[in-house]
Design a protein around this ligand. Structure first.
Ligand code: RET
Length: 237
């Protein structure tokens, strides 16, 4: 692994760790009944920190057919993307139990997408492209579930408008991952490994840190609103 690639992992570790600390502080000034949003945001960045740290130490990749496969990206995504989806679902509905079948289907499609992507990364051409297509089908199924049935439930939740903002950010950012995969070392190798690593870093920071900020700020703003309306009704922790 070259130094220019390794530096992206070092930067990634630092950003994720710093974000975790900031989210922890933000959560402390959030009403207790909204703490789950903070727990979700912290879990995502601390999991990402561990995976970036492993890659920075050279422990997150193996050689396959003369190139590095960074499997730590997939262990990161495998844990963080279902949590991100759960976070989005929590914005759509006050009670995840009410939409459990939909959440299960979303997470199942997501896990399927990541695992078939990993298999693709450990495949030579043309098999890697077959796996990319299979993974893409699961991704499109996920987008459908977010924009059709989940969106329909969103008006039930207290954060209905935040749902739309978060679903839009999620869609725009997540679409970039399969593109980077395809033009990077796992696909056509049109871009260098260094550029690929920078692109994944930018995407990961936006998808994890940006998403956490939007969720936590919305919850804090939303509850400030309601605590102004019903002053003293909420318990702060
Ligand atoms: C892969 C393989 C090729 C096909 C597709 C993919 C999609 C990956 C996505 C990853 C999202 C990761 C996020 C991480 C941040 O926490 C696996 C690259 C469709 C959508 C959001």
């Amino acid at each position: 692994m070259s130094a220019s690639v390794q530096i992206t992992f070092v930067i990634g570790s630092i950003i994720m760790l710093a974000a975790g600390i900031v989210f922890w502080m933000m959560t402390r000034s959030t009403p207790k009944d909204q703490h789950h949003h903070g727990v979700v945001a912290m879990t995502i960045v601390f999991v990402a920190f561990a995976n970036y740290f492993a890659m920075a130490l050279g422990q997150g990749h193996v050689q396959f057919d003369g190139r590095d496969v960074f499997f730590a990206r997939y262990t990161d995504w495998l844990i963080t993307t279902p949590i991100l989806l759960a976070s989005l679902a929590m914005m759509a509905s006050d009670s995840i139990a009410k939409i459990r079948t939909l959440v299960f289907a979303l997470v199942a499609a997501d896990v399927y997408m990541i695992l078939t992507g990993l298999v693709g990364d450990f495949s030579n051409a043309p098999y890697n492209y077959y796996w990319w297509i299979i993974s893409m089908v699961a991704f499109l199924a996920m987008l459908y579930m977010i924009w059709v049935p989940l969106q329909a439930k969103a008006h039930d939740g207290i954060h209905g408008s935040t749902f739309k903002t978060m679903a839009t950010i999620l869609t725009v950012l997540w679409i970039c991952y399969p593109i980077v995969w395809l033009i990077g070392s796992s696909g056509f190798s049109i871009i260098s490994l260094t550029l690929e690593s920078w692109l994944y870093l930018i995407l990961d920071v936006c998808a994890k840190v940006g998403f956490g900020f939007v969720a936590l700020s919305a919850v804090r703003k939303g509850t400030q609103h309601s605590s102004n309306q019903y002053s003293g009704a909420r318990q702060y922790g």
